[in-house]
Design a binder for this molecule. Structure first.
Ligand SMILES: NC(=O)C1=CN([C@@H]2O[C@H](COP(=O)(O)OP(=O)(O)OC[C@H]3O[C@@H](n4cnc5c(N)ncnc54)[C@H](O)[C@@H]3O)[C@@H](O)[C@H]2O)[C@@H](O)CC1
Ligand SMILES: Nc1ncnc2c1ncn2[C@@H]1O[C@H](COP(=O)(O)OP(=O)(O)O)[C@@H](O)[C@H]1O
Ligand SMILES: [K+]
Length: 553
């Protein structure tokens, strides 16, 4: 087992060690690649072309659904399962599950959206097999049949639409979904809850609220992106006989954000190492009345493993920063240094260049609490022109609301990686035309346009690289929505960049660590709790990496 494999299940283990991480509810069984419905159809096609029949896949999918259904049922004498079957292959999975549950002795009723005669291909075959097996009763799906079915059911299986959803639910279909949601019966969704778009998680016409979803081969973006994620309940990913080799042809560029994405780029300190081997990070802080954000970031950078961290700030803020910091160094950005005349209206750009001329300072963060305006733009330019790698957050982004192209031009001139960490509001200021897109497309296009790694924050943070790679994060607890939490995230990215991680992997690992730290700190957390909560997160990473090494020996 190599290090990557040894760490592959870390996030599930991590959840048990660090409180209830939301990621523990997602079954990433099989691999962390995420497939769009179109890519999933291609995986099916390639598998069928390799000699495994479509009905074999459907039988395996239906069996996984039947097994999940049984595991959701508590011991009633004769559990009653209501299966809603759509016109396509999602409905086909429903027929297979109906046959198997009937054969296992459960009371099964199926309600069909379309007449059996209109079923095609493997779905028609699955319907025939269900009938031949003694036909659990089936009827047309109408408001009346649904109402009656719901009144008798212990469990509903939603096999209406999955990957084939090609428009939002509307009219009668939306009403049926509302009836299911109001029915109070737990729902197991096949592939995706009906109404959720698998590619982007949108659900414009509403969707069926599932307690659990069983998808096949790999998770889809719609399981992770909101609002889709909130309709899925717990997600299982069943392996139905599709070989991972098909991914070599599909080449998915999107993954779930877990350790498989970045662990091989992360290095724990070596026994012969020196603090400078772990980088020297610098955070540029704001004036005296807004110093906390930069301190939070600096503390997070140090906890994330940077060898040294300096907080550089205007002289007026030096004392307040110095009073609060111990292991972190403070440095005054004095006007008049580095060619700027004392007393001029000049900002800190000169002193920033001067400080960063020491090439041991290899990563810088600017933005949190820094202030918005032309002087900030000058400082951002100074940072981008002087340092190897940079994180731009908050005010550094907002300062470019009316001139984003100037920022992207400067980023293009950088030698190393630049990571931007906007929340939705900051994103909109820089990329107003992308804001109407789904979150994944928006982040990807922003990364491509800006040349920076873009971390579009939120409960479903998307990390996107300029080269097209992207990841969706899923382990962030809602407690992270608290003042200063984003400053901590910026600091973690900074700390990892200082240690030499590439930009995309550093950003993704930071987002994951931030989520784990949030779960570790737990309910009631404040941003101040997060840097210290990184310790157990890092300890688990180190332990897991160590296990991998032992097994190699
Ligand atoms: N061989 C395969 O391709 C396999 C497919 N599988 C299942 O097949 C599903 C995909 O099957 P399909 O491509 O047939 O697609 P679906 O069964 O998800 O739905 C397609 C049908 O629904 C209609 N439709 C879509 N959105 C609608 C809306 N909002 N209102 C009303 N009607 C709507 C479409 O016009 C089409 O007739 C997967 O989700 C999965 O459950 C599994 O059986 C595994 C193997
Ligand atoms: N509902 C939520 N669930 C989980 N994480 C969230 C949620 N809302 C926000 N976050 C995370 O909390 C952090 C907030 O950052 P940001 O908006 O910049 O706040 P601040 O400026 O106060 O630091 C981000 O990392 C974001 O992904
Ligand atoms: K479904």
């Amino acid at each position: 087992m190599n290090k990557a494999e040894a760490m592959a299940d870390l996030w599930t283990d991590g959840a048990s060690g660090g409180g209830a991480s939301p990621a523990a509810k997602l079954g990433a069984n099989g691999g962390n690649e995420l497939l769009t419905p179109a890519q999933m159809a291609e995986a099916d096609r390639l598998t069928i072309a390799s000699g495994i029949s479509g009905i074999t896949l459907m039988n395996a999918a239906g069996e996984a659904v039947a097994n999940a259904a049984q595991s959701m049922l508590t011991a009633t004498d004769l559990p009653n399962v209501l299966i809603l079957c759509g016109p396509g292959y999602n409905g086909g999975d429903g027929f297979v599950a109906a046959r198997l549950l009937h054969q296992r002795g459960l009371e099964v009723k199926t309600l069909l959206l379309k007449k059996p005669g209109s079923l095609k291909g493997d779905a028609a075959l699955a319907f025939e097999e269900m009938r031949e097996a003694g036909a659990p009763t089936w009827q047309a799906l109408t408001p009346a049949s649904l109402k009656k079915g719901l009144s008798e059911a212990d469990l509903v299986i939603d096999a209406l639409f999955g990957a084939g959803l090609d428009r939002p639910l509307e009219g009668g279909m939306a009403k049926l979904a509302e009836m299911v949601n109001a029915g109070g019966v737990p729902v197991l969704a096949v592939d995706l809850p009906s109404g959720v778009n698998g590619a982007d998680g949108s659900a414009g016409g509403g969707a069926i609220q599932a307690a659990r979803s069983v998808t096949f081969f790999r998770l889809k973006p719609g399981h992770l992106l909101f609002p889709g994620r909130s309709y899925c309940g717990e997600v299982d990913c069943a392996q139905i006989g599709i070989r991972p080799a098909v991914l070599e042809e599909i080449v998915p560029e999107l993954t779930l954000n877990d350790d498989r994405l970045w662990c091989s780029h992360w290095q724990e300190p070596v026994v012969s190492g020196h603090k400078y081997d772990r980088g020297h990070a610098v955070v540029f802080g704001g004036p005296m009345h807004s110093t906390g954000a930069a301190r939070l970031a600096a503390e997070a950078a140090l906890r994330a493993g940077a060898g040294l961290v300096t907080l550089a700030c205007p002289p007026s803020a030096l004392m307040v920063n110095a009073c609060h910091l111990t292991a972190i160094m403070v440095h005054p950005l004095r006007k008049g240094e580095a060619g700027e005349a004392e007393g001029e209206e000049a900002g800190s750009a000169g002193p920033i260049r001067d400080l960063l001329s020491d090439k041991r300072l290899n990563a810088a963060l600017i933005g949190p609490g820094f202030g918005v305006g032309p002087q900030t733009r000058e400082c951002v330019m100074a940072v981008l022109g002087s340092v190897e790698t940079a994180v731009l957050d908050a005010d550094a982004l907002t300062s470019y609301s009316s001139s984003p192209e100037a920022l992207f031009f400067a980023i293009a001139g950088c030698r190393g990686s630049v990571v931007m960490t906007p929340h939705a509001g900051e994103f909109r200021r820089l990329f107003p035309d992308l804001f109407s897109l789904d979150k994944l497309s928006a982040a990807r296009q922003a990364a491509q346009r800006s040349g920076a790694v873009v971390v579009l924050k939120g409960a479903d943070t998307v990390i996107a690289a300029p080269d097209g790679r992207a990841a969706i994060n899923s382990n962030a607890p809602a407690w992270l929505a608290t003042a200063g939490s984003g400053d901590v995230l910026g600091g973690i990215v900074l700390g990892l960049l200082a240690q030499g991680m590439p930009g995309y992997e550093a950003a993704a690992m930071a987002v994951w660590m931030h989520g784990e730290a949030g779960s570790e700190a737990g309910p009631g957390l404040t941003a101040e709790d997060l840097p210290a909560s990184l310790r157990p997160v890092i300890r688990r990473l180190v332990e897991k990496a160590g296990q991998g090494r032992k097994e190699i020996r």
